[in-house]
Design a protein. Structure first.
Length: 284
């Protein structure tokens, strides 16, 4: 069994090298982060909090629907979960997937590779996200962001050896995210009901629709290679946040309700703010 996990870990790295030659994308993001979760739960507010940093505005919101009601909001609007029973089932499934699949594969991958190799592989997957961000910026008509994203992808794919190195940052070109969910939000489409997707976790009807369309585009480019690509992508993102995720699950009395509350509060933010914060809180 241990050899099997090691084989899976090597497959993750090999998939990244192979897929560096393609231009597929998946939504960016990560699992619930411990520090972000604690801030959201403790501040009990819906107003933005700006953290100092170059070009970064970090917004934290209350994870307690009752707090929203106390500030003039409607608590009933904070939880739009008509299929909670199914969502909780998916949430439990996701916990088991992390325990019995992601944990052992992640352990084997970390054991089999060095830190520089893992950084390079993570950079490759980040580079693979650039094409869909470019499409998102074009759909929104944000040409400055589109130019930056196109330049990043060109530089990192060539000078960065397929994205192994983020050479674009040397020219002051930072990532500019724009998922299909943000495009829908930009044009005034509401998030809809809360849903929990198998493996992928917290989502909304709008977000899930964007993901389905993205996966369809990915499949048109990658075909069956989409499967190892997604497995590798999920594994790499999990490695980056698994310690924080474990801490969150230990602290929360109801992990499902906590994740749902934070996610639904984020939908109240503007499109750009929501994507920036959500991409650091939840895996997409």
């Amino acid at each position: 069994m241990r050899q099997l996990f090691k084989h899976c870990a090597h497959s993750v790295a090999m998939a990244a090298v192979l897929l560096a030659l393609t231009t597929a994308e998946t939504h960016a993001g990560r699992f619930l982060d411990d520090s972000d979760f604690e801030e959201a739960m403790s501040l009990q507010q819906t107003g933005p909090v700006t953290a100092a940093g170059p070009g970064l505005t970090k917004t934290v919101v209350s994870a307690d629907p009752a707090a929203t009601a106390g500030n003039g909001g409607d608590a009933s609007d904070s939880v739009n979960d008509p299929v909670e029973e199914l969502n909780r089932l998916a949430h439990r499934l996701n916990q088991e997937v992390r325990r019995f699949v992601l944990e052992p594969v992640s352990d084997a991958y970390v054991e089999a590779t060095s830190a520089p190799v893992r950084t390079g592989v993570a950079n490759v997957f980040s580079n693979l996200r650039e094409p869909v961000w470019l499409a998102g910026h074009v759909l929104k008509g944000d040409w400055n962001a589109a130019e930056t994203t196109a330049a990043r992808f060109a530089i990192n794919t060539t000078a960065g050896l397929g994205g192994v190195y983020d050479k674009a940052k040397d020219y002051g070109l930072d990532p500019r995210k724009a998922t299909l969910d943000e495009v829908f939000c930009h044009y005034g489409i509401g998030p809809g009901a809360y849903v929990v997707l198998p493996v992928l976790g917290p989502s909304s009807v709008r977000d899930a629709t964007g993901r389905v369309l993205t996966i369809m585009a990915q499949y048109a480019v990658l075909g069956v290679m989409l499967v190892p690509y997604r497995i590798a992508d999920v594994t790499l993102q999990y490695i980056a946040v698994r310690d924080d995720l474990r801490s969150v699950e230990r602290q929360a009395l109801d992990a499902y309700a906590a994740e749902r509350s934070v996610f639904m509060q984020l939908q109240k933010l503007s499109c750009g703010e929501r994507l920036d914060v959500e991409s650091r809180l939840f895996f997409q």
